[in-house]
Design a binder for this molecule. Structure first.
Ligand SMILES: Nc1ncnc2c1ncn2[C@@H]1O[C@H](COP(=O)(O)OP(=O)(O)OP(=O)(O)O)[C@@H](O)[C@H]1O
Length: 239
């Protein structure tokens, strides 16, 4: 059974239809990427999966639960990475992990997460004083504090330098190694290629392609990079 099952999702904001018909499913243990141009509806899709936004039509099941109806039950099994602006600048890293751990019945050990994410030297540092890369590590650690079965990571390497990006990728691989299914929104094709088992390309409110990174790349032609294939796909609508 898929861990995430999204069928015929539709969503408009006022007159503007953002999601026309989005359908895909994510299998257990996958890192599943969602890519697409700015404004394509990626965040709308993943926030609907997290039960934070509500689609106009279509069905979503996560671990067999309906994010709208079963929001409380799902919250305990789903980890959502916070955008960095969502944590108070004057909260210390250790305090944030302990506070978030207190929201869950069976949380991960904050000390263990601090060690695993190389944050033990920053336990008493204010969140606002951390570098971008360290902030992202904290937000990933927080997404894992409830021992989730599924994690949603939305544009987690945007604005990071190349070292911090690679470090963050290793963190994501570690999440997968724990058996957590990951839904990853990204604009970076190198990131999608390195991390994702499969990718859905969302364009014009629909899934324009759904395949492995190699499968999508191959559709672009013999020497095409994933980015070449992606650009063609989101310009012409199909390959
Ligand atoms: N609450 C809202 N009210 C009105 N319009 C919205 C709202 N949220 C998103 N939109 C619009 O819907 C479209 C899709 O937004 P969404 O954030 O889902 O796209 P995205 O693919 O994640 O974009 P990006 O890559 O730029 O982050 C955008 O044009 C956005 O301006």
């Amino acid at each position: 059974m898929p861990v995430i099952d999204v069928s015929k999702l539709r969503k408009s904001y006022g007159e503007r239809r953002v999601l026309e018909e989005v359908t895909f499913s994510v299998e257990p243990g996958e890192i599943f990427g969602i890519v697409g141009p700015n404004g394509a509806g990626k965040t709308t899709t993943v926030e609907s999966i997290a039960g934070i936004r509500f689609p106009d039509d279509g069905t979503i099941r996560v671990l067999g639960l309906d994010p709208r109806r079963d929001r409380a039950a799902l919250r305990l099994r789903l980890g959502v990475q916070l955008q960095s602006g969502e944590l108070p600048d004057r909260m210390r890293v250790g305090e944030a992990l302990s506070l978030y751990a207190s929201f869950y019945p069976d949380p991960a050990d904050p000390e263990q997460l601090l060690a695993e994410f190389g944050l033990d030297g920053h336990r008493r540092t204010f969140f606002g004083k951390l570098s971008g890369g360290l902030k992202q590590r904290v937000s990933i650690a927080l997404a894992l504090i409830g021992n989730p079965e599924v994690a949603i990571l939305d544009e987690l390497t945007t604005g990071l330098d190349p070292h911090a990006r690679r470090e963050t990728w290793r963190m994501v691989e570690r999440i997968r190694d724990r058996g957590v299914t990951v839904l990853l929104v990204t604009h970076y094709m190198d990131e999608a290629e390195r991390l994702c088992d499969r990718i859905a390309v969302i364009n014009d409110g629909r899934v324009a392609a759904l395949d492995t990174p190699a499968g999508i790349r191959a559709r672009g032609g013999p020497d095409a990079s994933l980015e070449d294939a992606y650009v063609t796909l989101t310009t012409n609508g199909s390959l």
